[in-house]
Ligand binder design. Structure first.
Ligand code: NAD
Ligand code: MLT
Ligand code: K
Ligand code: MN
Length: 353
């Protein structure tokens, strides 16, 4: 019996609805498979924990998480309780940074049975590789004065090591797919970091002569995601550009509620973390209608990462079977509850595995 130890962080808001939903699917998969077991341990670290303890996780939180094979997270943030920058940097971004999860992989594709808001969507299937450790997300800067004279400064950090790493990951991913990498730049307006980004892209691409490349300014690229997403294979983007592009990727799929993501540690020193693109959705929390597909597709990415690709593929087929059958939550035009979608997926899996 293969055992996998998974730390579970449901987090805030609908994280507490979609994570338990996905765990039901995970344990069903294990039962059906027979040769694999997932030992899941849940930690209640979120904004309520902050209100009680003055921090998002205990001081030894990271050393507790370090020993797990993977982390499965829902969403962090409840601005009615804790300012977003405090909650995100106190847990989500802290884990991404400290565990050197330097790459954020975010696929988007036209899903069977889900209506895209695009009027005539072609069959797009793309992956954004988001640099996940530096860029526009830096702690370098500060604020001085108050009132009319107030000044806020935040520096962008682009290291050769970080940029090359993200680009090489993108090229290697493209080699397993359709051999095309698009770089998201903005070197017309951002005069130091983005010309540097472009230079590194030109250098790295020489290492992968079999891979075709293109490069667009992020504003044009955002528009192309809407106009012709089908032309893209792998897109490599800085932390902020990747963040924004992946909400567009989610939107053209039909809902941010279906978009998955993986924060990947490449050096094997720490666990990787799997969490959907969406946040805690305070506007729909507590109603049992959150779309669990983003979290369950994220589970597929975790299974792939653990070497259980076969289970991962079956799971994605089951998800699309259910959307095809019209068992869908309201965000994608259906009437089903979170639980009904989960039951639909589980019923399909029972016929498939
Ligand atoms: N990685 C993360 O943990 C993460 C990601 C994004 C936002 N956040 C945090 O979440 C909170 C809310 O942020 P936001 O409103 O900007 O983004 P959000 O993703 O939580 O919600 C945006 C919109 O999408 C809808 N939505 C999101 N997930 C859905 C799902 N599974 N099913 C159906 N509808 C869904 C919401 O109802 C809302 O209308 C903030 O505190 C923010 O900082 C956290
Ligand atoms: O990285 C962020 O800014 C948090 C959230 O928006 C995300 O996409 O994970
Ligand atoms: K999330
Ligand atoms: Mn985001």
């Amino acid at each position: 019996m293969m055992k996998h130890s998974i730390a579970v962080l449901p987090g805030d808001g609908i994280g507490n609805e979609v994570v338990p939903a996905a765990l039901e699917v995970l344990h069903t998969l294990a039962d059906l498979h027979g040769g694999v077991k997932f030992e899941t341990t849940s930690f209640p670290w979120n904004c309520d924990y902050y209100l009680e303890h003055g921090k998002m996780m205990p001081d030894d939180g990271l050393s507790i998480l370090k020993d797990f094979e993977a982390i499965f997270l829902g969403a962090i943030g409840d601005p009615s309780k804790v300012p977003d920058h405090v909650s995100l940097w106190g847990l989500l971004i802290k884990i991404r940074r400290e565990f050197e999860q330097v790459i954020n992989v975010r696929p988007a594709k036209l899903m069977q049975g889900i209506q895209s808001p695009l009027t005539s969507p072609k069959d797009f299937d793309l992956i954004v590789v988001r640099e996940n450790s530096e860029g526009e997300y830096s702690e370098i800067g500060g604020r001085i004065f108050r009132g009319d004279d107030e000044i806020a400064i935040q520096n962008n950090i682009f290291s050769r090591r970080g940029v090359e790493r993200a680009m090489r990951y993108a090229f290697q991913l493209a080699q397993k797919r359709r051999n095309h990498v698009t770089s998201a730049t903005k070197s017309n307006g951002i005069v130091y970091t983005m010309p540097f980004w472009d230079e590194v892209f030109q250098q790295v691409k020489t290492e992968y002569p079999d891979v075709q490349t293109s490069s667009y300014h992020i504003d044009a690229l955002a528009a192309f995601f809407v106009q012709r997403p089908q032309v893209f294979d792998v897109i490599v983007a800085s932390n902020l550009f990747g963040d924004i592009l992946t909400d567009i990727g989610a939107a053209i799929m039909g809902s941010i509620g279906v978009a998955p993501a993986a924060n990947i540690n490449l050096n094997g020193k720490y666990p990787s973390m799997f969490e959907p693109v969406h946040g805690s959705a305070p506007d729909i929390c507590g109603r049992g209608i959150a779309n669990p597909i983003g979290q369950i597709w994220t589970l597929k990415m975790m299974l792939d990462h653990l070497g259980l690709d076969e289970l991962g593929s079956v799971l994605l087929d089951a998800i699309e079977g259910v959307t095809n059958d019209g068992i869908k939550t309201p965000d994608v035009g259906g009437k089903a509850s979170t639980q009904e979608v989960v039951e639909g997926i589980i019923a399909r899996l029972r016929n498939m595995v």
